[in-house]
Design a protein around this ligand. Sequence first.
Ligand SMILES: [Zn+2]
Length: 137
Amino acid sequence: MLHKPKKKMKIVKSEYWTCGCDEHYHKTKKVAQKCIEKQESPKRVRPSENDYKIRNLSIARMVLGGSTYSYTGEQFSLTNERIRGILFKILRQVSHSQFNPKPNLKTCCSATLSNVRQNNEYWLGQIDKLAAYWEIK
Ligand SMILES: [Zn+2]
């Protein structure tokens, strides 16, 4: 006698770890724990353009005030080369005709830090003008 087909049902038990999110099925407790930590950690906020301006002005003032690139770099977690780049970027910005009606001073592009420091007061004054223009104290 031949067998006839029969319909059957198999229930599969599935274990998983939950992080509290219904769409997540985590294989291990460790992964679920990490997911929870990730959900709870505050989102990193990207600094605004204004934050960078404030930072760059502080860097330029520090270096012109006598701090070395490496000391300044440590304070801002930046490399010496970045500090140098930021200083000269600020010097270029303050050399703009808007801030410098008599551009007879040796412009910064070819200047060295010691050249720039010889005109410290001038540059710091220019930086104050730029800060005022940016409406930064
Ligand atoms: Zn999760």
